[in-house]
Design a protein around this ligand. Structure first.
Ligand code: PPS
Length: 576
């Protein structure tokens, strides 16, 4: 029923899953083999190797294939393949393996997914790989950063699959190449345009996919990546709900949605060719390739890693050999006077065109501002709003730092009460002393222990923040680097305000409410912050207060104003 479809890359659709009998045999034999718990990226690669998404590959690349792919975009056999598919492992494991060894590949719960027949173990030149594959060695490129952090040895060889990786989400949309092909066969689709995306789809995307399908006289496979995309992208749960909300807006029976568990490399031009190969394996005849397809954007100086149409050019070069037609598209913009979307170079002279960038959309969501209907359908906007509530509904952390006796706890308590009085969000106070009695009761005051303590507080605060609550933390937190670490942990999931309680040491010591300074001076308490242990004052505090000059409730009010300025507390209280 699927014979009429485009042939897979290399001619045959690979299926590496073995039958139950062989699986049991491998499972039993694995008792004597070394094991490797695959990383998140390796898990994605493994899934597409096992189900034929990476046909004609039969396993992780051996050295000769890897070098040939790296330098010439081809496997040893001459078949086009632009991206290394490698299994990186640490030195200790590599030392246990040689040609002819067996390696059990397991998921992070220890379930055995595949057996690797080791053919090659080597230490790759990762710099050369970065240069050839990504065209840069800059660690600002996420693909290069990954290479720099991965394990130093590669292991290549043929795979036998025991079972595919387990997923519990959107199961009906997680289809193998064989299942997608089967579906096309049933629907009588022969020409299919694939649309690759790692972002939510709005009306511009719908217009361009409809146009592409119409121009190619083909049906449409919306094939979003749900494996690993660019750090900071909208999470795949939200995106898939957006795609599902959009799907009924397509003409009946012309578009299908299926999820691709791909770990993107963001390799731009090479990645575009790879995407075409993968979609060919899923039975697609066309691939839509836009501006800066699968690129990571620009570096910190604003220089793009790839030219806007490099990806289109490289795929064009290989289009005929592959048999997959590239459907190029330009930016679609909304022409207000025409009340429709058109490519940016087709906007009539003098007409006003509108678009909303990703950054602008994020800002609108954060501020709870309107998302216009010309930009996205209301049901898609609703999904995005649910996952990206405006700032005044998001969680946040207020993190105090300062010497013992500086007034942290007093201000923290005043702030706690003010926030409870406002209501709307649950508030948790993680005071230094309370944490030390509960969460960190076994820790002392060495740098190592203090850092562990702050990391624990940061972890709890980030969970509270992520779930829409307010965490007030009031430890001494004398070290800058771990404070920064906590900020980095929390900022992606909500607000973070660092408050430096900068009451001078003399004042704290004179107050000596707990009598600890006297003990520290007498040498009874060792490693006491400010006396016999360092305190690194923050250079980037959001609020600085000094309780020798400011009353606790005034200080709490300053923090509230800062939170208002950042939008985490609505200036208009009726919004709470
Ligand atoms: S840290 O550095 O952030 O892990 O410290 P923290 O968890 O906030 O604990 C500080 C409280 O413990 C008491 N204490 C000490 N502080 C500093 N140095 C030493 N050696 C020490 N020994 C005990 C002190 O009461 C601190 O509480 P606060 O509320 O800051 O006065």
């Amino acid at each position: 029923m699927t014979d009429h479809l485009i042939a897979p890359h290399g001619g045959t659709l690979v299926d590496l899953l073995v039958d139950a009998e062989r699986a049991a045999e491998l499972q039993a034999a694995s008792r004597d083999w070394p094991s490797w718990d695959v990383t998140e990226r390796q898990l994605c690669d493994l899934e597409l190797l096992l189900n034929g998404g990476f046909s004609p590959l039969q396993g992780f690349m051996t050295r000769t294939d890897y070098e040939s792919v790296r330098d010439d975009l081809r496997l040893n056999t001459g078949v086009l393949w632009p991206i290394p598919i490698t299994l990186d492992v640490p030195k200790e494991l590599a030392g246990q393996l040689e040609e002819g060894s067996m390696l059990a590949l397991r998921d992070n719960e220890g379930v055995m997914l595949a057996a690797l027949h080791v053919e090659d173990v080597w230490e790759p030149d990762r710099r050369a790989e970065a240069k050839q594959v990504f065209g840069t060695t800059s660690p600002e490129h996420p693909g290069v950063a990954y290479l720099e952090s991965c394990h130093p040895f590669y292991v290549g060889g043929r795979l036998e699959g025991l079972q595919p990786p387990i997923h519990y989400d959107f199961r009906e949309l997680r289809n193998t190449p064989a299942e997608v092909r089967e579906g096309f066969g049933r629907l009588g689709w022969r020409r299919v345009v694939a649309f690759q995306t790692r972002n939510p789809m709005h009306r511009a995307h719908q217009e361009l996919t409809l146009r592409a399908a119409k121009d190619a006289e083909a049906n449409l496979l919306i094939h979003p990546v749900v494996g690993m995309t660019k750090p900071g992208d909208v999470d795949h749960y939200t995106r898939v709900r957006c795609y599902q909300a959009l799907l009924p807006r397509y003409p009946h029976n012309t578009a299908r949605l299926s999820l691709l568990p791909l770990a993107m490399r963001l390799a731009g031009p090479r990645e575009a060719v790879w995407h075409a190969i993968i979609r060919k394996n899923f039975g697609c005849t066309h691939l839509i390739v836009g501006r800066d397809h699968a690129g990571p954007g620009s570096d910190s100086t604003g220089r793009p890693f790839y030219g806007p149409y490099d990806a289109q050019e490289l795929l064009k070069e290989h289009e005929e050999e592959l048999g997959v037609t590239m459907v190029p598209f330009r930016m679609m913009v909304y022409a207000e006077d025409l009340d429709k979307y058109v490519p940016d170079d087709e906007v009539p002279e003098g007409a006003r065109s509108l678009s909303i960038s990703g950054t602008d959309l994020r800002r609108r969501l954060a501020e709870g501002r309107e998302i216009p209907a010309w930009f996205t359908y209301p049901e898609v906007a609703e999904e995005l709003r649910r996952s990206h509530p405006p700032r005044h509904k998001q969680g946040f952390t207020v993190f105090f730092t300062g010497l013992s006796g500086s007034g942290k706890s007093t201000i923290a308590n005043a702030l706690l009460v003010k926030l409870l009085e406002m209501g709307g969000r649950p508030v948790t106070l993680l005071d230094g002393d309370i944490v030390r009695k509960n969460l960190s009761s076994e820790l002392g005051f060495s740098k190592e222990h203090r850092d562990i303590n702050i990391r624990r507080i940061g972890f709890v605060a980030s969970e509270i923040t992520k779930n829409g609550g307010i965490a007030i933390c009031a430890p001494i937190a004398p070290y800058d680097s771990v404070r920064r670490e906590v900020r980095r942990m929390i900022e992606p999931v909500g607000g973070f305000v660092l408050v430096h309680v900068a009451t001078p040491l003399e004042v704290c010591e004179e107050r000596d409410r707990k009598g600890l300074y006297a003990k520290a001076r007498a040498g009874i308490i060792k490693e006491f912050t400010g006396i016999s242990d360092p305190y690194e004052a923050p250079t980037v505090a959001d609020v600085v207060v000094d309780t020798s000059e400011t009353l606790p409730e005034e200080a709490a009010q300053q923090i509230i104003l800062q939170l208002e300025r950042e939008g985490f507390i609505a200036a208009d209280r009726s919004l709470l």
